[in-house]
Design a protein around this ligand. Structure first.
Ligand code: F6P
Length: 541
């Protein structure tokens, strides 16, 4: 594999692949040749430093890494998460073809369909007002209490699909900081509020602590007996949910073969279903399933997740770019970069290969971003003129949901396209000088100021265009990124499905709590940690 990476590197240099302006000038068909579509979803990667030789080598890289075989192993339930001895089957949750998916000799589809039906019945009962709070009032507000994958997915998707909301209002509480739940509860009436405690393990300290605070809120306002009517839970740990006291018919399960960051398709999606209804949630699953089929069947040159993953590795491991920016020109996707941070960085932020050896050449990049146009007025300066090259991933809908504000959508589109064009074209010193002199500036002054107005150009970006951000389109987009992370993880030769890196901090926090509470002395800690404990203790009195 390293040989192909090296070959990519020498080919990029020898073919001057990074001179994008020249590449576009020399080839009027460049966009057609370096873009691919799946239905209305278009991926334009022509503004990346690729050419035919590089794309052929990237295809060879995927073949050498056995991406297709490993993809099939994932879809068919092999235990590819070997450090936890688990299958990886979020795709079964949206397997709308309902073909059998076997884990340990059993077809998981009847269970998947059973939970989906139970979620649907519960969601419709709440939405219609058939199922009420303890005092008989309809539920107007739902608070999801969860963190990480039990929060980011439903929170992101609920915001993204706001035009489809016709159910109760949704709120999301994740942080153990009491400010989060306090500020949320302030807005709510206990009588009309339902809490969903969402935790795969049902042990996560943040979620369990917030759940207790929410329980106290209901008990104080309506009495202990009312608690049951105001809680539901989503978890794989049904015994722990029962111990918390939530009635079995209000508990929606999932399975250890669903990773937290891949769980939006499971009962973790219940808040989204409450907001947009069962049918729209079904369309969300349909979109992801369509992408799954595309990933499994399309040839490399047309396979969006393969292309996105291969170009991601090219940027990270061949060209050495350490981060990537996710820049949706879609305000309702404002939490999508945060969602992708967990999906990508928790999956591919690893240093050890599947053989337990150090990863050669870097694994997952830092993922970050904000929606456009806001980012333009904040950090785009660095993307255009900073010393680091940051591959950007733009996304834009052809149509918004505000026909009366068509002009605003046109402004949004033109800003999105202008940014990728500017990153690619740049502005030379001569162009900068000419521009200044055209404004009547003296030549000496223009010479002095022009360097500050130079844009190097040749800064790569990928642009996704889709018709409209419907449930189907969102499901498809999320699945595209899930599979991209998979492709990259296979090429990095890491296990993308565990997350041991979050454990040490959790262990130390548990040990530090009695120290912070003042129950035990800060012995055994380094002087910095002990000093900080002492400073906080002094400030708290
Ligand atoms: O600590 C990381 C993590 O395990 C994530 O992988 C997960 O999504 C999150 O915590 C929440 O976990 P749970 O759903 O078990 O509460």
């Amino acid at each position: 594999m390293q040989a192909i990476i090296d070959k990519l590197s020498s080919t990029a240099a020898a073919t001057r692949a990074e001179d994008l302006r020249a590449a576009f000038a020399a080839d009027a068909q460049r966009f057609t040749r370096f873009s691919a579509s799946f239905d209305d979803l278009l991926m334009d990667y022509s503004k990346c430093a690729v050419n035919d030789e590089i794309m052929a080598l990237l295809e060879e890289l995927c073949a050498t890494a056995d991406v297709a075989q490993k993809r099939d192993a994932m879809f068919t339930g092999e235990k590819i998460n070997f450090t936890e001895d688990r299958a990886v089957l979020h795709t079964a949750l949206r397997n709308r073809a309902n073909t059998p998916v076997i884990v340990d000799g059993t077809d998981v589809m009847p269970d998947v369909n059973g939970v989906l039906a139970a979620m649907g019945a519960f969601a419709e009962a709440i939405r219609s007002g058939k199922l009420t709070g303890a005092t008989g009032k309809a539920i107007t507000d739902v608070v999801n209490i969860g963190i990480g994958g039990s929060d980011l997915g439903p929170a992101m998707a609920t915001l993204a699909l706001a035009p489809f909301h016709d159910g109760p209002r949704l709120h999301f509480v994740s942080n153990v900081d009491g400010a989060h739940i306090t500020d949320t509860l302030k807005l709510l009436s206990a009588e009309t509020t339902l809490f969903i405690v969402a935790s795969k393990t049902f042990t996560t300290i943040e979620t369990m602590t917030n759940a207790q605070t929410a329980r106290a809120f209901i008990a104080k306002a309506l009495g202990e007996d009312a608690v049951g009517a105001h809680f539901a839970a989503v978890s794989t740990a049904l015994d722990k949910v029962a111990a918390f006291g939530i009635a079995a018919e209000r508990v929606f399960g999932f399975w250890d073969w669903v990773g937290g960051r891949y769980s939006i398709w499971s009962a973790i999606g219940l808040p989204l279903m409450l907001a947009i209804g069962r049918e729209n949630f079904g369309r969300f699953l349909d979109g992801a399933h369509a992408m799954d089929q595309h990933f499994r069947t399309a040839p490399f040159s047309k396979n969006l997740p393969m292309l996105l993953g291969a170009i991601g590795v090219y940027h990270r491991n061949v060209l050495g770019y350490p981060t990537r920016a996710i820049l949706p020109y879609d305000q309702r996707l404002s939490r999508f970069p945060a969602y992708l941070q967990q999906l990508d960085m928790e999956s591919n932020g690893k240093s050890v290969t599947i053989d337990g050896k150090p990863v050669a050449g870097g694994s997952g990049p830092v993922v970050w971003g904000e929606p456009g146009t806001n980012g333009q007025h904040a950090f785009y300066q660095l993307i255009h003129q900073g010393t680091s090259i940051i591959p950007a991933e733009f996304m834009i809908a052809a149509n918004g949901f505000e026909p009366e504000l068509r002009h605003q959508h046109e402004l949004l589109i033109s800003n999105c396209l202008a940014q990728s064009e500017a990153l690619m074209r740049g502005r030379t010193l001569a162009e900068a000088k000419t521009q200044l002199m055209a404004k009547g500036m003296e030549e000496a002054t223009a010479d002095f100021l022009a360097p500050h107005r130079v844009f190097s150009g040749n800064r790569p970006s990928i642009t996704f265009v889709y018709d409209q951000l419907t449930p189907f389109a969102l499901g498809r987009l999320i699945a595209l990124y899930e599979h991209r992370v998979f492709v990259e993880g296979v090429i990095f030769r890491i296990n993308s499905f565990d997350q041991w890196g979050v454990e040490l901090g959790k262990e130390l926090a548990t040990g530090l709590l009695p120290v912070v509470e003042g129950k035990v002395a800060a012995t055994g800690h380094d002087s910095s940690t002990a000093g900080l404990v002492a400073a906080l203790k002094a400030a708290r009195g």
